[in-house]
Design a protein around this ligand. Structure first.
Ligand code: HPA
Length: 242
């Protein structure tokens, strides 16, 4: 039975879904990980794939950008398509001066500037927390990333911001967030974690730092983009099959 945003049958999705923001990146990940990947949905160009990794079923689907978009897809996957866990794989801006371009952040939880979770339980400052088991699995897998290309892995809080381009923001805001231990900024995790809570399911976000807020000119090299992202993907796959 199709939903408004996913044209598939319930059996078309694996219990675990890797979820990048970009549907084209979903295609690249699916092709990289699964020789037998097939398209299971493409409504609005939001590609979803299912296949197997060493005989184990896995799905990969784009979330689009921002918390409303990921909430729509996660809600439909959890409530209609039998999905048990969603692992967001994406990029983030590094807020903490200890996080460098190409480092990987396993998000334990996500603060947010959005009102999206307050609407769920009015009067409550909802705490968006990743699934503990998935977090542990990704942290354990980080020990297996060795060699010169292996990314530095951090575990901690991120902030899911609603603005990518907000020019009137006091730069001190970022300094304060860093002081409070926030590692990075992205735009989806807080809503994903709350949606998993709503349906009694599991979620995690494994993020690669693609830029540094305190050093806007430093950028990832194309080589780093591939090798570091591959490291993050390994952690996400380990969590998916844990
Ligand atoms: N802000 C929000 N999301 C992001 C950023 C950022 O600076 N970098 C990568 N994803």
């Amino acid at each position: 039975m199709a939903t408004p945003h996913i044209a598939a049958e319930p059996g078309d999705f694996a219990p675990a879904v890797l979820m990048p923001g970009d549907p084209k990146r979903a295609e690249r990940i699916a092709t990289l990980l699964m020789p037998d990947a097939r398209v299971v949905t493409d409504v609005r160009g939001m590609l979803g794939f299912t296949g197997t990794v060493d005989g184990r079923p896995l799905s990969v689907m784009g979330s689009g950008m921002g918390q409303p978009s990921i909430t729509i897809y996660a809600t439909e996957l959890f409530s209609v398509f039998g999905v048990q866990r969603i692992i967001r794989v994406g990029t983030c801006g590094a807020i903490s001066p200890a996080v460098y371009i190409g480092d990987v952040i396993i998000a334990q939880g996500a603060h947010t500037t959005s009102n999206i979770n307050q609407l769920r339980l009015p009067g409550l400052n909802f705490s968006s927390v990743a699934d503990f088991g998935l977090t542990c699995a990704a942290v354990d897998a980080a020990a297996s990333l060795t060699g010169a290309d292996a990314p530095q892995v951090h575990v901690g809080m991120v902030v899911s911001d609603d603005h990518f381009y907000l020019t009137n923001l006091d730069p001190q805001w970022w300094t304060k967030l860093a002081q409070y231990g926030v590692l990075g900024v992205e735009m989806e995790a807080a809503a994903l974690f709350a949606t998993a809570n709503e349906f009694g399911k599991q979620a995690l976000a494994v993020l690669t730092a693609s830029d540094q807020l305190f050093d806007p000119l430093s950028k990832m090299s194309p080589e780093q983009r591939e090798t570091r992202f591959a490291g993050a993907l390994r952690l996400a796959v380990a969590a998916a099959f844990s």
